[in-house]
Design a protein around this ligand. Structure first.
Ligand code: ADP
Ligand code: ADP
Ligand code: ZN
Length: 213
């Protein structure tokens, strides 16, 4: 099963993608996590990506598309995957479609997690991330067992630089301008469904599972 998560920053794509990956036994592939891991390791890619990420802008397609095509060609992705945070632009979607077509494959589902902009800023200010294992928490809606510490791996939780309110507003603008058109793109491809992302985490997941079967 090949799945794409769509939705605004903070809509809950990562939270749901991890649950889907666990239930269906497929890898969760997050471009944001890949970029953050590169920043942490101090790679050339990380250095370039950080310039854009810190400003709330998208990393250029040239730095993003090949990376994802390589990743989905790994053996662990042979039975499918859930892509979280990619594609984010029409050219990225077209590059993905083309790479899949070359192998006689296609995306099975694009899941749009819908949350109004008004809810996003408060969600993001409460988000806490583990930069070691990629887990995310929320101070109110999904707190870790021990404050400030990752349940999964014990590392310290942080407020991401790009989750500060002024950057979040910018990311929302970028989302509406560059990523929202993908809803139409995948709707036309006949693979889109939407879920109401304002419900609690387990209810959103139940709605997704009901559609995936
Ligand atoms: P969120 O889950 O909150 O939307 P992500 O972790 O997916 O955030 O992405 C964080 C940042 O990483 C984005 O704001 C953008 O700068 C960069 N990024 C992630 N994925 C992509 C992509 N597919 N294309 C361009 N930039 C990306
Ligand atoms: P995205 O990957 O779309 O940027 P996340 O999955 O990281 O979003 O979720 C953003 C923040 O909102 C996190 O702090 C997460 O714990 C929280 N969150 C996710 N889903 C819900 C939900 N259904 N209700 C309330 N908070 C949620
Ligand atoms: Zn962790």
């Amino acid at each position: 099963m090949k799945i794409i998560m769509l939705g605004a920053p903070g809509a809950g794509k990562g939270t749901q993608a991890k649950k889907i990956a666990a239930k269906y036994g497929i890898p969760h592939i997050s471009t944001g996590d890949i970029f953050r891991a590169n920043i942490k390791e101090g790679t050339e890619l990380g250095r370039k990506a950080k310039e854009y990420m810190d400003q709330g802008l998208l990393v250029p397609d040239e730095l993003t598309c090949d990376l994802v095509v390589d990743r989905i060609s790994q053996p662990d992705a042979s039975n499918g995957y859930v892509l979280d945070g990619f594609p984010r632009t029409i050219p990225q979607a077209e590059a993905l479609t083309k790479a899949l077509e070359a192998r006689g494959e296609k995306i099975d589902y694009a899941i749009d997690v819908t949350v109004p902009d008004e809810n996003i800023v408060s969600r993001m200010s409460g988000r806490r991330a583990c930069l070691k294992c990629g887990a995310t928490y929320h101070l109110v809606y999904n707190p870790p067992k021990k404050e400030g510490v990752c349940d999964n791996c014990g590392a310290e939780l942080v407020l991401r630089d790009d989750d500060k309110p002024e950057t979040v507003q910018k990311r929302l603008n970028v989302y509406h301008a560059q990523t929202q058109p993908l809803i139409d793109y995948y709707s036309k491809a006949g693979v889109l469904f939407s879920v109401d992302g304002t419900q609690d985490i387990d209810k959103v997941f139940a709605d997704i599972v009901a559609k995936l079967g």
